[in-house]
Ligand binder design. Structure first.
Ligand code: SAM
Ligand code: SF4
Length: 329
C-alpha cells in the first residue's frame, strides 16, 4: 500500500499519456501552442505499462488517462486494452476534449471503460471557438450524446472564466435536467503556459455556487465520495447533478489520494509541486522495480500537506506557469 507522510492512502494515478493537443484552450496554453517534448522523451507504451502494473501491485486501483489530448496518442487504444485487463485496476477513466472521441466509444465500452470526463467550457459555438481557438463544438456535442446514449458515466468539466463563459453556467447546469450528466465547474488555475498572465476577475467556488443558487434556489447537497475533489449538488427534478471543483482554492487536499505522472515521466505528488523525480529516466538507466518503489515511497514521505505548501516549496525562480497539458490536468 502507498501511504504518504500525512497518512493519506494513495490509490489513484492520473497518467498523462501525451502533451500534444489539437485545441488551444487559452487557460491552458498560448495560441501558438507550447513547446512539445521530443517524441523520444515521452514515455513509451512499454514504459507506461510497466509503471501501471508496478503501481497496481502497490494498491493503485484507479487510473485516469489524461494529457494533452489522450486520443492524439497513436497507441492509446492498445494501451487501454492492456491496462483495463490488469486485475488490480478496478477503474480506468479518461479525461478528453471529446473532439476525437466518438469513433472510439464502442471499443471503450467493450473494454469496460465506463467513466469519461469531457472538457467543454461553452455550449455556444462562438464562445467555444474563442476559448479553444478551434471550431470543434459539434464533434464534442456528438460525442457527449453518444456517451450518454451508451450508458457511460458522463461528466462535463467546464473551467469558469470571468468575461469568457460565465453566461454558460446556467445552460450547462440545464444539461442535467433530462440526462444523467454530471456537470462540474472548475476554478481557473494559473497553469496556462504563460508566466504571470493571471485570470482577471477570478470566480471562486463560492461565486459559482451563489450564481447557480440565484437561478435554482432548490438544490440539495449530495454525498461526495471520500476523496472527491468536487462538491456535488442536485436540483430538484433533475436527472443529472452539478458539482464545483475548487481547484485554485484547494479545499480538498486533506483527503487527496492522487499521484500524477506526466507525459515525460515525472512524478508529481501534488498538482502544484514542480515534480519530484523522473521515473522514465530511472527506467532508462536500468532501475529495478524495487528501486523505483523506494524512490516513490521516499517522494511520498516528503509530500506537501496541501497545494499551498507544494506551491511554496517550488524553487523561487520557478513560478507556476507551465501548461496543464504538460502536467495532466
Ligand atoms: N485535453 C484533455 C481535456 O481537455 O480534457 C485532457 C487534458 S486537460 C489539461 C485536463 C483538464 O484540465 C481539462 O478539463 C481542462 O479544462 C483543465 N485545465 C486546463 N488548464 C486549466 C487551468 N488553467 N485551470 C483549470 N483547469 C484547467
Ligand atoms: Fe488541449 Fe485539454 Fe489543454 Fe484544452 S485543456 S488545450 S483540450 S490539453
Amino acid at each position: 500500500m502507498l501511504i504518504d507522510n500525512h497518512g493519506r492512502v494513495i490509490n489513484y494515478l492520473r497518467l498523462a499519456v501525451t502533451d500534444r493537443c489539437n485545441l488551444r484552450c487559452f487557460y491552458c496554453m498560448p495560441e501558438e501552442g507550447i513547446e512539445y517534448v521530443r517524441r523520444d522523451e515521452l514515455m513509451s507504451f512499454e514504459e507506461m505499462i510497466r509503471i501501471t502494473k508496478l503501481f497496481a501491485s502497490q494498491g493503485i486501483s484507479k487510473i485516469r488517462i489524461t494529457g494533452g489530448e489522450p486520443f492524439l496518442r497513436k497507441d492509446l487504444m492498445e494501451f487501454l486494452d492492456v491496462i483495463t485487463s490488469i486485475p488490480e485496476i478496478e477503474q480506468v477513466s479518461i479525461t478528453t476534449n471529446g473532439t476525437l472521441l466518438r469513433k472510439h466509444i464502442p471499443e471503450l465500452k467493450r473494454m469496460g471503460v465506463r467513466n469519461i470526463n469531457l472538457s467543454l467550457d461553452s455550449l455556444d459555438a462562438e464562445r467555444f471557438r474563442k476559448i479553444t481557438r478551434r471550431d470543434n463544438l459539434s464533434e464534442v456535442l456528438d460525442a457527449m450524446d453518444l456517451l450518454v446514449d451508451q450508458g457511460f458515466k458522463t461528466r462535463v468539466n467546464a473551467v469558469v472564466m470571468a468575461g469568457k463563459n460565465t453566461q454558460d453556467i446556467i445552460p450547462m447546469v440545464e444539461l442535467g435536467r433530462n440526462r444523467p450528466i454530471s456537470i462540474r465547474f472548475i476554478e481557473e488555475m494559473p497553469f496556462n503556459g504563460t508566466e504571470g498572465q493571471g485570470n482577471q476577475g477570478f470566480w471562486s467556488y463560492v461565486d459559482i455556487l451563489d450564481h447557480i443558487r440565484s437561478h435554482f434556489p432548490n438544490f440539495v447537497k449530495l454525498n461526495d465520495g471520500p476523496s472527491s475533489t468536487s462538491m456535488n449538488y442536485q436540483i430538484e427534478g433533475f436527472q443529472g447533478s452539478f458539482g464545483i471543483i475548487a481547484a485554485y482554492s484547494r479545499t480538498f487536499c486533506g483527503t487527496c489520494n492522487r499521484l500524477r505522472l506526466t507525459p515525460q515521466g515525472t512524478i508529481r505528488t501534488c498538482l502544484y509541486d514542480q515534480g519530484v523525480f523522473n521515473i522514465k529516466t530511472m527506467m532508462r538507466q536500468g532501475a529495478t522495480d524495487q528501486e523505483i518503489l523506494v524512490a516513490l515511497q521516499s517522494a511520498l514521505n516528503h509530500r506537501a500537506k496541501d497545494g499551498f505548501e507544494a506551491e511554496r516549496n517550488r524553487i523561487k525562480n520557478f513560478p507556476v506557469s507551465e501548461s496543464m497539458a504538460t502536467i495532466g490536468g
